[in-house]
Design a protein around this ligand. Structure first.
Ligand code: NAP
Ligand code: MG
Length: 481
């Protein structure tokens, strides 16, 4: 059995039981991790709280140096970490390598920012005496980081790095199905010299350890990435304790392709954006609205591109370049996607590509494209978390923007056009936290990212991501001559 990390010690936890971790491509058990309990959560939070007393007083330069040492160790073990991610998550080895690259890039970004936190100075009107004001930026305390299963490492990094660089300590709860590479990364942080208790990892089920973590009195800040349903549940739990929270939730990003678009580039971008990570993206064009004038051409190019995407075993990607999608991450996820697909057909959608079941072991599905399903079908209203793409024909920009906004989600959105007036309208009128023009949906470390509407609130990435781990504290210094 693998071990959790609490107070710098490896432990199998208080329950003495394990949870199996399954390779979604083979359905074989690859490892067992401890089934964490509320008692383990308490031990981890207490350790983080204790470590905060000295960690919060360390020099920012020292914190950055430690993170850079950890980055060097991640680079040293990059191959092993990549394969570990392939086997627990399912993604092809090139995509797993890309995720490690993105993790390292993000960690470096916050190592660089650690020493650049700024406060402010303010002249104040004299009251009892002459005075001035300062705004200083203080770390918060213990951070609870809850991470989903689709990008276990980058979404760990977007929490861990700003939290630690700001001087907080952290308790991480990876998804029950993707704990293994996270545990390896935590070990590397320890090897780099991060003091015991500064980073702790609790494995186990969200319903058990997650609830205990977000309601713990000593947790000051909850960083959650996951589905909107679980996000709502966690917000409810944490509300009575008024925890600081960021909620990075689900999405159903619209993509608009206008009459003047570079159709070839759009087809390529849409294909990458929808089928990367077997379609299990928060950000990702999940509803495509195409102007009449270019609809046939786009469909032809898109279909031709996606028809080449073969599902396969992630670790065989190097020898078989046509493997472009791994399996879905869970059997439940596959069952739900099938229902959404059937609903799209029942609502008049035309099957353009894929759609067949794939027999045998592993939660594989064929990349699938459906044209013009009913506007109230599930693929239009819900998040589709897999390689299923609905495409609709629209007549003009007003219709495209109306349809794009006809969703409870507001994570990302994009437009393919070279017309500056269209860019201006989409930038200002589509409800989404991040927008792309002539690009597929990708979260840059340099830019703040977070949703609106039911996609949540708060930002990760960018300098803003660091702000969410600092408390602005106003200090008035009086009694001056
Ligand atoms: P999920 O089912 O919501 O789980 C996310 C995390 O929450 C997991 O660690 C899960 O643990 C934990 N959890 C479950 N129940 C909990 C509870 N009662 N208390 C505390 N924690 C609990 O999401 P997922 O299936 O892993 O990931 C897919 C979803 O994440 C999609 O909706 C996707 O759009 C969203 N996502 C959003 C972003 C973004 O930045 N906005 C990025 C990536 C993914 P268990 O695994 O043990 O259940
Ligand atoms: Mg889930």
């Amino acid at each position: 059995m693998a071990s959790m990390l609490i107070a710098g010690e490896k432990t199998e936890g208080s329950a003495g039981e394990g949870i199996d971790v399954v390779d979604p491509a083979t359905e074989a058990v690859i490892e067992t991790v401890p089934r964490g309990t509320a008692a383990d959560v308490d031990a981890a939070v207490q350790a983080a709280h204790k470590a905060f007393a000295s960690w919060s007083r360390t020099d920012a330069e020292e914190r950055a140096t430690l993170l850079r040492k950890a980055i060097a160790l991640i680079e040293r073990d990059r191959k092993e970490l990549t394969l570990s991610l392939v086997h627990e998550q399912g993604k092809p080895v090139t995509e797993a390598g890309g995720e490690i690259h993105h993790l390292i890039h993000g960690l470096n970004y916050y190592a660089d920012l650690a020493t650049k936190v700024k406060g402010s100075y303010h002249e104040l009107p004299s009251a009892l005496s002459k005075a001035y004001g300062m705004v200083i930026r203080r770390p918060m305390g213990v951070v609870a980081a809850i991470v989903p299963n689709n990008f276990p490492l980058t979404l760990l990094g977007t929490k861990l790095a700003p939290a630690l660089m700001a001087g907080n300590t952290i308790v991480v709860k990876p998804a029950a199905t993707t704990p293994l590479t996270t545990l390896k990364i935590a070990d590397l942080l320890l090897e780099a010299g991060f003091p015991a208790g500064v980073i702790n990892v609790i494995t186990g089920r969200g319903s058990e350890v997650g609830d205990a973590l977000v309601t713990h009195d000593l947790v000051r800040r909850v960083a959650f990435t996951g589905s909107t349903a679980v996000g709502r549940h966690i917000m409810g739990l944490a509300a009575p304790k008024l925890k600081r929270m960021t909620m990075e939730l689900g999405g159903s990003d619209p993509v608009i392709v206008t009459a003047d678009a570079n159709v070839k580039a759009a087809a390529r971008g849409i294909a990458i954006g929808r089928f990367w990570n077997c379609g299990q993206m928060c950000l990702g064009g999940k509803r495509v609205y195409v102007f009449d004038e270019v609809y046939d051409e786009l469909m032809e190019q898109l279909t031709r591109t996606v028809a080449k995407y073969e599902p396969g075993l992630g670790w065989e990607k190097s020898e078989k370049p046509n493997i472009r999608v791994g399996p879905l991450h869970t059997a439940d996820g596959r069952a739900e996607l099938r229902e959404q697909f059937q609903d799209a057909l029942d609502g008049g959608g035309e099957l353009v590509l894929g759609g067949d079941d794939i027999e045998g072991k592993g939660y594989f599905v064929q990349p699938t494209i459906v044209a013009n399903p009913a506007q109230d079908s599930r693929v239009a209203r819900e998040e589709t978390f897999g390689p299923l793409l609905p495409v609709w024909r629209v007549s003009n920009l007003d219709e495209a923007i109306d349809r794009a906004n006809d969703s409870e989600y507001g994570l990302g959105a994009s437009v393919w056009t070279n017309d500056v007036r269209i860019i201006h309208r989409v930038a200002n009128e589509v409800d989404a936290g991040m927008k792309w023009v002539n690009q597929f949906h990708y979260g840059y470390d340099e830019l703040p990212f977070g949703g609106v509407k039911q996609s949540g609130y708060g930002k990760e990435h960018g300098a803003e991501g660091l702000d969410y781990y600092l408390e602005d504290t106003a200090v008035v210094v009086g009694g001056l001559e």
